[in-house]
Design a protein around this ligand. Sequence first.
Ligand code: ATP
Ligand code: ZN
Length: 294
Amino acid sequence: MTDRLRISLQKKGRLAEDSFDLLRKCGLRFSIRGGGLLARVKNMPVDLLLVRDDDIPSFVANNASDIGIVGENVLVEEQLSSKSPLNAKITMRLGFSRCKLCLAASTTGKVQSPADLNGTRIATTYPGVTARYLAEQGLDAKLVEMKGAVELAPSIGIAESICDLVSSGATLEANGLAAFETILESEAVLIQSDRELSPAKADILAKLMNRIDGVLKSAETKYIMLNAPKDAIEAITDLLPGSDAPTIMPLAGQGDLVAMQAVCTEKVFWETLEGLKALGARAILVLPIEKMMS
Ligand code: ATP
Ligand code: ZN
């Protein structure tokens, strides 16, 4: 039997779709149907273990899977709340599912800043990270552990503040709350234990990580094509965001113009295009790059 790399992923929720999407962009073909725990990748020796996100760090630590994709917030929380240190660490940051773990309270209540937390109650689903913050800051507050709907805690009178994940802040606002402190910033991460993989699995993982790297890079990278006056070549090259030497080609029948093409590894904003145009560039095209390998 061939060695198959097993990846733990969130089955359903805020991480799930983007994780599946990333793997599909890496060329993995699979279908997630019904309530199955395991999905087989058809064109690579990889199996997907579909679970709740909270279980992913311990599955990786206990060898139920080789690697996992999980929110950094969940990894840190599981590390802090597990009895013995978990053998799971970040191998790669994935850039999606960015959010923050914040302290928040009613805009009209008595808790408006971290110093006001002393002697109060904080409702949270992240007791480990919250307790670590309180200890680091020398604050003394009681934690009220909840499994969800933390934002309701102040209005039902079980806590003066909450510690919860925030992305836009809309949920907080809808409940009359506002964040006053960020205690952790998070994004999706690839995690692994420090156990050595079999050579076959290590090969698959190396290939997968190389592809993930390519997908992440190509998301920001664009191919720019434009026509430019010869005397503006230098100024235009300076303005192209994060590009190496551009390709420069003559244009038939137009002695004073050249065609320029470059790969830009940083975000290309409208302002950049306006700047290029002001330097005399015309017929500017910005194209997405589907795959990259260097
Ligand atoms: P499960 O049923 O798997 O336990 P859950 O309810 O604990 O799921 P989700 O709400 O699906 O978790 O969130 C999963 C992860 O997505 C979070 O741990 C966090 O890393 C990230 N996340 C949470 N909220 C947001 C958000 N508003 N924007 C972006 N990412 C978020
Ligand atoms: Zn969860």
